[in-house]
Design a protein around this ligand. Structure first.
Ligand SMILES: Nc1ncnc2c1ncn2[C@@H]1O[C@H](COP(=O)(O)OP(=O)(O)OP(=O)(O)O)[C@@H](O)[C@H]1O
Length: 219
């Protein structure tokens, strides 16, 4: 099991976002969290990340990129913990060929290879998002927790990126607003409304009523 929450409440101070909340996610599942703004998707993802920090990589909505560093450096950041101070400093000043090649390979998968040396500050919103996605892929963790990772991308790239995110990680859990892309790319969809689960089904089992509910929770 990747996650097993039983009747949990998740709050900010006195304000409870998810109450008596139960959710089990098995290893290997690809889960889309759907729901409109304020329904509790980010709160749930952050909670899951807190539970499994060691095995997870998290893409927050605000991306967490360093604006005055390059794409190379922002992707490399995920490996800071694995290398010695000396190796990190050397790569910050003069990126090694090995890391450059490895990072270029990941950037190619998100069509960002021409921006390896560009500063984050000089990228578009969608390019920044793809840089954060590259950093997560390069991190090579078992679990992906992504908060609206495609919100700034066009339909074609969104579909390509979701394919990547659901194949590169053993378990993927992504918050999304697009019902059709969720059903197309994930095995299971969870529709949240005001901190409650309205739909939780395998995509292969969805009937017309479930689909309408999913559109309703995202409207
Ligand atoms: N740090 C915080 N302190 C207090 N309340 C918060 C905090 N973060 C979120 N909330 C509240 O928790 C509720 C759920 O917010 P959350 O960000 O989880 O929703 P969401 O579904 O991810 O929305 P969006 O699609 O806009 O990102 C909202 O009512 C929000 O105002």
């Amino acid at each position: 099991m990747a996650f097993n929450l039983q009747e949990q409440s998740i709050s900010y101070g006195d304000f409870t976002v998810l109450s008596d909340f139960s959710l089990s996610i098995k290893k290997g599942e690809k889960v889309a969290l759907l729901g409109k703004s304020g329904s509790g998707k980010s709160t749930l993802l952050k909670h899951l990340f807190d539970l499994e920090k060691e095995n997870s990589t998290y893409i927050p909505q605000e991306l967490g990129l360093v604006n005055n560093l390059s794409v190379f450096h922002n992707v490399y950041i995920s490996k800071l913990d694995e290398n010695s101070l000396f190796v990190n400093l050397r790569n910050l000043i003069l990126p090694s060929k090995q890391y450059k090649d490895e990072i270029l390979k990941v950037l190619k998968e998100v069509e960002l290879e021409d921006k390896l040396h560009s500063k984050i500050a000089n990228l578009s919103g969608g390019q920044k998002q793809r840089c954060a996605i590259s950093r997560a892929v390069f991190d090579k963790k078992q679990i992906l927790l992504a908060d609206e990772p495609i919100s700034a991308l066009d339909e074609y790239l969104s579909d390509e990126i979701l394919k990547l995110l659901t194949t590169k990680f053993e378990t993927s859990i992504c918050a999304l607003h697009n019902v059709d892309l969720a059903i197309k790319n994930f095995d299971r969809v969870i529709g949240l409304k005001n901190g409650k689960v309205l739909v939780d089904k395998a995509c292969s089992d969805l009937n017309e009523d479930d689909r309408q509910k999913l559109y309703y929770v995202c409207d």
